[in-house]
Ligand binder design. Structure first.
Ligand SMILES: *Cc1c(COP(=O)(O)O)cnc(C)c1O
Length: 363
């Protein structure tokens, strides 16, 4: 049975967090001489930013909780998803002793965060159809495996991971935290794992404002977990990790969830059109099915296509050297105009006599 107290690093359990001025007095009316702020104003005409922001972002959490079907105490907000990714490693993994498990090909930050924290990494590749190799994962877990990262829909393959496999790992690996990164969940036709938080105390779900909400520049990530774990993340985060402008903009964005849904619907319909048109190109071998806002596309010669696209100032992500993604480029669904430009350049390349004379190299 999962017990957070046996699981966290001992010094994290016992540490006294920084107590900010805004923690010690939480009223909003009064004469505030407690935080050494500038009382006069800000050196910008864009607004008043001279006061520290709410360290716990209660207004956002109150608006977010009903949208996500969770309690406010189950929400942690980070400076992008990168912040909870790092905090989870730091809260749980003793460097040189504990390890984390990832399933490549997947999002690069899990590995970076392990490396930054000097934590060992166990890699259990996804199957060739980008699903969890459940038996291999369960066989690879050790008693020191603290975190198991699952990305669903997965980046860069774009597909959802099978729910049965995730459930099996949640149940079998009850001495690890199982984190489901749902950065692309809004583009997938499936319920979020947040619906299972009360069933699995070892479940953590990550989402972000960077993709469907169209707020990548704000840097705002969401982490949903048990109240106990959220309290720990709050204890070790930098006190004012979400800036006031980010809080204000997110609060306003949450009133316009329908705008997000409209954009998602458009991106999904454009994804379909783009996938079909890509499939008709002679240079394209496979357009992998996608539950996200991008397509993983295998070309006859990915390097040549990538270089030609760059020359034409169309920038995609080269994943062709990544294991199980050989020959693949990852292409975000753009606007109609951007998608048309991409296709135009790809057709132009096909018709280019110099380029089409080059030998096609397999792989
Ligand atoms: C884009 C992405 C994120 C989001 O990161 P932010 O720091 O919130 O912008 C998280 N996980 C995956 C798998 C992603 O592709």
């Amino acid at each position: 049975m999962f017990n957070l107290n046996n699981f966290l690093r001992p010094h994290i359990l016992s540490l006294t967090p920084y107590s900010s001025a805004r923690d010690e007095y939480t009223g909003t009316i009064g004469v505030f001489l407690d935080a050494n702020e500038n009382p006069i104003g800000s050196t910008t005409n864009a607004g008043d930013y001279n006061r520290y922001p709410d360290p716990h972002q209660w207004a956002i959490k109150q608006r977010l909780a009903p949208i996500k079907g969770v309690r406010v105490e189950q929400i942690f907000l980070g400076n992008g998803s990168d912040e909870p990714i790092d905090l989870l490693v730091r809260a749980t993994c003793v460097p040189g002793k504990d390890n984390i498990l990832i399933m490549p090909p997947t999002y690069g930050m899990y590995e970076v965060s392990a490396a930054v924290n000097d934590v060992a990494l166990i890699k259990v590749p996804l199957t060739p159809d980008y699903q969890v190799d459940t038996e291999a994962v369960l066989a690879a877990i050790t008693e020191n495996t603290k975190l198991i990262w699952l990305c669903s829909p997965n980046n860069p393959s774009g597909n959802l991971l099978q729910a049965d496999a995730i459930r099996r790992i949640l149940e079998a690996a009850d001495h690890s935290l199982v984190i489901v990164d749902e950065a692309y969940i809004d583009f997938a036709n499936t319920p979020s794992w947040t619906t299972q938080l009360d069933t699995y105390p070892n479940l953590v779900v990550l989402q972000t404002f960077s993709k469907a909400w169209g707020l990548a520049a704000l840097r705002l990530g969401m982490c949903f977990a048990s109240e106990e774990l959220i309290q720990i993340l709050n204890k070790i985060k930098p006190p004012y990790n979400i800036s006031a402008p980010t809080q204000a903009l997110a609060l306003e964005a949450l009133l316009q969830a329908s705008r997000k849904d409209e954009m998602v619907a458009q991106i999904l319909s454009d994804r379909q059109v783009l996938a079909e048109k890509l499939r008709s190109l002679p240079s394209v071998r496979i357009v992998h099915p996608s539950d996200a806002n991008f397509l993983l596309v295998q070309f006859d010669d990915a390097k040549q296509v990538f270089d030609y696209l760059i020359e034409q100032q169309v920038i995609v992500r080269d994943r062709s050297k990544v294991k199980l993604c050989e020959g693949c480029l990852r292409i975000s669904v753009g606007t109609h105009e951007e998608n048309e430009r991409l296709l135009e350049v790809l057709w132009q390349m096909n018709g280019n006599p110099i380029l089409s004379e080059l030998p096609v190299i397999n792989g």
